[in-house]
Design a protein around this ligand. Structure first.
Ligand SMILES: *Cc1c(COP(=O)(O)O)cnc(C)c1O
Length: 399
């Protein structure tokens, strides 16, 4: 569906091949296995000479529709799927890394990814080098020492740092490394890393792709050669996407463009609005001109995304008073849903770190992560205003 535009493809891509009985919607195929009366046909499907399904851990029609949609939206040759975003990340890294190999990444990856780098890969004798996230020279210097995999995430969680994908892809390719980008925060609406030269793109479909905070899933897209290797690892190791989750994610993806366009707009306006409050110390959003790498973001993103974060004066205490006052926000660990979601970084993405570690990563104790929903912006702004007013009122009573 290359000829149609993104919004059209997000609705139509990947579905037609899986329709049955004249239904206009992809069915949820709840069948563990697929039967064959013809032994020769069964054999041909089993060895991959003929299209078809054998066993639900390997492939499933509903899951295949999800894979084909995300493949189309990222402009990739091939796609495979997983039970969660973390399964996509761990299975991909496990496919390509063996004892003695070296992987270069950044300090600001998603908390779970960071645990793979600091806890599990070293245990397998994989050498892990984590660089300052926005320090391109440092990453290039480590890549030049040689590495099997260069793993990136941009924008990052929670301080939305930006890495130059095209520049890093070039550096990685020069060393023959497999370059991987976690595109969860940007979504394919705003950024297509494959077009910027990377080999593989990963998504936690749990977030913006599904968009309704009701299904877990993960995806990997890239060349057929690389994706098939990871698919093989996944089909044997078993982190398969469930057909019901695949259906919910598919349904969510039909409105991906509508939702993310609105989230881009809301996040930009909220980021600018937050700067007008005395209680706000700092606002992080790649769409702000004073963001450290606003220029790189402008170059590689079509929109700046729905994620931002801000630091409040008074640290943890202000956070404790402020967050419960918000009426139109879930206080939760998730992100990328239609509802606005807020949470303190010390409780959500970086709960495993000590205050000192968080400080070293540039995460103040009073940092709040804000995942803009698709609500009317006037209501979101009024909500922030009344919540800040309540905190100030409480503070004046104390003094
Ligand atoms: C949530 C998230 C993940 C992990 O996804 P799960 O579906 O929760 O396993 C990975 N990367 C990023 C950037 C995320 O936000």
């Amino acid at each position: 569906m290359k000829q149609a535009k993104f919004g059209t493809r997000s609705i139509w891509a990947g579905e037609k091949e899986q329709l049955a009985f004249g239904a206009t919607q992809v069915p949820v195929v709840h069948s563990v296995s697929f039967g064959y009366d013809n032994m020769d046909e069964w054999y041909e499907v089993a060895i991959g000479n003929k299209e078809g399904h054998i066993y639900g851990r390997n492939t499933n029609p509903t899951v295949e529709a999800f894979e084909n949609k995300i493949r189309d939206l990222e402009g990739a040759e091939a796609a495979t799927s997983f039970s969660t975003g973390m399964a996509a990340i761990s299975n991909t890294l496990s496919t390509f890394l063996a004892p003695g190999d070296r992987v270069v990444s950044i300090k600001d990856t998603y908390g779970g990814t960071n645990k793979i780098f600091t806890e599990f890969l070293p245990r397998m004798n994989v050498d892990v080098e984590l660089c300052e996230t926005a320090d391109h020279e440092a990453i290039e210097a480590e890549v030049e020492k040689g590495c099997k995999v260069l793993y990136l995430e941009t924008p990052t969680n929670p301080t939305v740092k930006i890495t130059d994908i095209e520049r890093m892809a070039k550096a990685g390719k020069a060393q023959g490394a497999i370059v991987i980008v976690d595109n969860t925060f940007a979504t394919p609406v705003n950024q297509n890393p494959l077009d910027l030269g990377v080999d593989l793109v990963i998504h936690s479909a749990t977030k913006f792709l599904g968009g309704h905070a009701d299904a877990l899933g993960g995806a990997l897209v890239g060349s057929k050669e690389l994706v098939e290797k990871v698919y093989h690892y996944r089909e044997i190791n078993g982190a398969t996407l469930d057909p019901m989750a695949a259906y919910l994610l598919l349904r969510g993806m039909k409105t991906l463009k509508l939702r993310v366009d609105q989230q881009n707009k809301n996040a930009q306006e909220i980021a600018e609005y937050l700067k007008t409050f005395d209680l706000v110390e700092d606002v992080f959003y790649p769409g702000l001109e004073d963001h450290k790498n606003h220029d790189i973001a402008k170059k590689q993103m079509r929109g700046f995304g729905g994620m931002l974060s801000f630091a409040v004066k008074g640290g943890v205490e202000t956070v404790r008073d402020f967050l419960p006052e918000l009426q139109f926000a879930n206080r939760a660990a998730n992100l990328g849903a239609v509802e606005t979601i807020v949470g303190p970084s010390r409780t959500t993405s970086h709960v495993e770190c000590t205050p000192e570690e968080r400080a070293a990563m540039g995460i103040p104790e009073g940092l709040i992560r804000y995942s803009a929903g698709i609500e009317d912006i006037e209501d979101l702004k009024a909500d922030l205003k009344q919540a800040f007013a309540k905190v100030e009122e409480k503070a004046s009573q104390k003094s």
